[in-house]
Design a protein around this ligand. Structure first.
Ligand code: ADP
Ligand code: ADP
Ligand code: MG
Length: 480
């Protein structure tokens, strides 16, 4: 049966979801707010609904999105990632309105969105995790609890917002004075960012690798994992480069991590696609960190090595279909790497470059290359959204072949206008530790030489500006 599905998102993920909807023969409905008037997802969808002036807040407005769904008669909603994707109130609103929310149940989103409750559920299921506190009590009592915990496990400790996400609301604390000073600051920041001032502490895992597992679960109790991803290369606790599968050599450890992820999914009554995140220490001990209850940015690398279309699977499972593959059907083939090409200046602390126009856009292609983007030549990047322009995902048989291909693609990629992460990645692909697959979350801090390149794009920029000027003069001969 043909279903009308509203895509409550923008940018590359809206396009990714619209493609899957259309491939399944369903109808895709886009939503947009004014700063996105020129966005491609509006044109790619079968229908589009304007939400409001924004900027940014209409994509976060549950009432407006629900009204759009009613207006067009949509019967299902895909939330993408970010915006309302992990908001249990949104999933609940869909459930109450009789719409299919393409993701887990609202109670599951609510429980897992709270890092402390998620840790409790996993502890009860016997899943290993780093020592941590419950939510700190308010006021002085909470500070005392924090100091006692840190004295017991030793510094450094991680101070985390209970409702945090996206790398925000996490502080590494080196000593007692810093801890005492940071708790009220962390609380007020968490209140402002997540409307929840609760915080708690975790012991720090030193130089860990971030290893996560993609899982998919249907409504009939079948849970399958699609292998691991390494997302250790991060800035500000946010991922930049993601790799599937994890490069660690000990297959038995990776198998154990995947089995634990399936256990975590079962323990939380998980349905649809999700990601179980772990930290892995130098001795290959692994610890549960959190579950992300949505499609992840980096799902493409798992698709490339398994052949499973995760978004297609999400839609079918949410519409009540049984999983058509079992764990035995999943074979991992080769390697895949995703690089997030952001409008950011790595040489200036990854400062966002929004507001600029993409004056030249020429993308690479060929065997093993996948692009998930939404910008085009002449597109003005709105300032109000995140800085992701396009995801370059490259697959290869061996790691070496994959990195060679990555380098070739980055060399072929021309984006002029904003500064991007491309020249930084060109440096990265030749860095010996990256080449040998040796990296942990301290990678950028321990490789300052990555930040010493000359931004060649500035020459392309000048040329592009000149060409744009000539075109303008030709089309507007009388302009002053
Ligand atoms: P978010 O919800 O923002 O993704 P996470 O809890 O997943 O937050 O942590 C994000 C990143 O922060 C991790 O990938 C890791 O680099 C770092 N991190 C989080 N907790 C710890 C910890 N206990 N020890 C060391 N690093 C950590
Ligand atoms: P269909 O192709 O019949 O519509 P699905 O869309 O439900 O099947 O499958 C979801 C994803 O899983 C697709 O990317 C499909 O190629 C893949 N897939 C389906 N069956 C298998 C299988 N037995 N082994 C591995 N992958 C499979
Ligand atoms: Mg996380």
């Amino acid at each position: 049966m043909k279903v009308k599905i509203l895509v409550a998102n923008r940018g590359e993920i809206a396009l990714r979801v619209i493609r899957a909807i259309q491939e399944l023969g369903h109808t895709a409905v886009a939503v947009f707010e004014t700063p996105d008037n020129d966005a491609l997802h509006i044109r790619a969808a079968d229908e589009a609904v304007w939400l409001g002036d924004g900027p940014r807040c209409d994509y976060l407005n549950i009432d407006k999105v629900m009204a759009a769904a009613r207006k067009v008669g949509a019967t299902a909603i895909h939330p993408g990632y970010g915006f309302l994707a992990e908001n249990p109130k949104f999933a609940k609103a869909c459930e109450e309105a009789g719409l299919t929310f393409i993701g887990p149940k609202s109670e599951v989103i609510e429980q897992l969105g709270n890092k402390v409750i998620a840790r409790q559920i996993m502890a009860e299921a016997g899943i290993p995790m780093v020592p941590g506190t419950p939510n700190l009590s308010a006021g002085e009592a909470g500070v005392r609890e924090a100091v006692t915990f840190a004295d017991r496990v030793g510094y450094p400790v991680m101070l985390k917002a209970t409702s945090g996400g996206g790398g925000r609301g996490i502080r590494r604390i080196e000593n007692q004075d810093e801890l005492i000073a940071s708790i009220p600051l962390a609380r007020s920041e968490a209140k402002a960012a997540f409307n929840d001032d609760r915080v708690y502490l975790e012991k720090v895992v030193l130089k860990p690798k971030h290893v996560e597992v993609q899982i998919v679960a249907d409504n009939f109790g079948n849970v399958v994992h699609l292998g691991t991803r390494d997302c250790s290369i991060q800035r500000r606790n946010q991922k930049l480069v993601e790799i599937a599968p994890s490069m660690i050599k000990d297959q038995a450890v990776l198998d154990k991590i995947c089995e634990t992820a399936v256990l975590a999914a079962r323990a939380s009554k998980y349905t649809n696609a999700g990601t179980v995140e772990f930290l892995l220490d130098k001795d290959l001990n692994f610890y549960f960190m959190e579950i992300n209850t949505r499609i992840q940015v980096e799902h493409t690398v798992s698709e490339m090595i398994t052949g499973i279309d995760i978004v297609r699977t999400q839609i079918k499972l949410a519409l009540g279909k049984k999983m058509v593959f079992s764990q035995e059907d999943i074979r991992l083939r080769g390697h895949a790497v995703e690089m997030r090409i952001n409008a950011e200046d790595p040489l200036n602390n990854f400062m966002p470059e929004g507001g600029k126009t993409v004056s030249v856009y020429r993308s690479p292609g060929g065997y093993g290359v996948r692009l998930d983007g939404f910008v085009y030549q002449g597109y003005k990047i709105p300032e109000v959204y995140d800085s992701l322009l396009v995801k370059l995902t490259v697959a290869g048989y061996s790691w070496n072949e994959t990195v060679d291909r990555l380098r070739r693609c980055l060399t072929n990629f021309v984006i002029a206008g904003p500064k991007t992460t491309i020249p930084f990645y060109l440096n990265l692909v030749d860095e010996p530790d990256f080449r040998s697959g040796e990296f942990d979350t301290s990678y950028l801090d321990t490789h300052p030489e990555l930040f010493t390149y000359k931004d060649k794009n500035s020459e392309v920029d000048k040329l592009a500006a000149l060409i744009a000027e000539i075109h303008y003069r030709q089309e507007n001969p009388y302009a002053v």
